[in-house]
Ligand binder design. Sequence first.
Ligand code: HEM
Length: 487
Amino acid sequence: MIPAALAVSTAVWRELVILFVAIQLTFLLSRTTCNVFFHPLRKYPGPWYFAASRLPLTIAVLRGKAVYLRKALYAKYGPVVRVAPGELSYSDERVWSGICGSTPHSKRGMARHDSLFDLVGGEMMRKAFAPAVTTKALVPQQDLIVSHIDALVHKLVTMTSQPVDMVDMLRFAAYNLFSEMFLGESMGLLDDTKYVDWVHSFPGFARATTIVAELQHYTITRILLRFVIQKFGKKHRELFIGVTQEHFDRRLAKKNTGGSDILAFAMDPKRQLTVGELREFAPFIMMAGGETTPTLETGLIYLLMTHIPALEKLKAEIRGRFASDEDITMEALARLPYLNACIDEAFRIHPPVATGLGRVVPHGGAEVAGRWVPGGTIVTVVHHSTFHSGINFHKPDAFIPERWLPENDHEFGNDIKSSLHPFSIGPQACFGQDLARQVIRLNIGKLLLHFEMKLDKASEGWMENQQCFVGWIQPPLMAELSVTQKG
Ligand code: HEM
């Protein structure tokens, strides 16, 4: 039997719980009502439940499906949608300069949302590395880049007896190259399995980072995450980066490197970075390129294997121009119109940074696409939706490289080509873009010079419904390769 005193206190507890829940519900209801009816963004289009709470967007982000959700919302509501109480999402070409460009309100473009963490070191790192990866600065690196792509070709020649996973192979080659460029030593992934698990763990890292970033938007999870990240995150981050920092340390221990690699350039005292800072940044630069560049390449290879006329036309352009490997140079590839059209079209259909990175409107507000947006609002140009918008492109979901060639202006002249910025624009845009384009051209050029390619049945529909955590989680892309018969 329950003693009387305890019975009273149970009743009091019950009342306290009911009171607490009632206060929470009243607070939630009034906040939701305010968000829908009185918030400064209330006149922006979008479903009321997205205006009421961030939860619907969060659920889509956690499932890796936010990119498809945003596309569907634009199709229904037009080029600007209120996707959360304090967030606007755009697919409007005019927004690029307003958000990412330098304006009187924000000289460096609007700041990235702090949920993204400043993973890669911002302005300082840009000063140290950006000048080393421009088209001009890359000329002395050409032999190094080519040596890694040739190694990939040689490896693939030995793998023609059964379908090959192009996602793995292109990632291995990219990490080998970028690791040698930025950390002074290849990861040896084409010959050795030592770091394969590390490469395979990257999608998990991307997924976790995106989920943690999304959960930063809620007070409770933000506080909890601060504790969890401090307790466990730092250790995991160090383990993950540690693999690459070993390379950095070995490179540093080497006395004579000829002084011509990118690290030697970044270490120049003129650039004012300490060894500790370089040790922290260099792995992230390596990863920034190591994931994105092969994402585009595999995307393009899939699109070509599923659009045979485009594949044949591109092969004809490459094989007509280059008789052998020795003829293939970065300069000559940059002048191939159909190759570059195919690359731009793949960037449009399958952009490696698919969601874009959220920016925050500065204190005092700013005009975005002709409308005033209050300070503190998160604004994003969503790459995938902008590039797939029927307002920006005719036949937006179809892979048609021809749209980028001036002779087809009669059909595609009204495409808003300036809406395609897969590397973003402005003072915070990707500074690895020249490097990425050179590597992509060399890879595609050499692969199509040396191989016939056919999509394996196991990879039919490969591009549909991929999960996306800022970048795509690409499943294996199985291709049947055979060595091109000369003559
Ligand atoms: C197809 C390949 C690539 C794509 C699509 C891509 C795309 C992007 C995008 C969209 C951003 C964000 C820009 C912004 O917020 O405005 C970015 C940032 C960045 N990218 Fe790339 N990137 C690629 C390759 C590379 C490569 C090869 C490197 C190596 C040098 C690199 C290094 C970086 C760095 C360090 C940042 C951060 C810059 C900063 O915070 O100031 N990326 N990239």
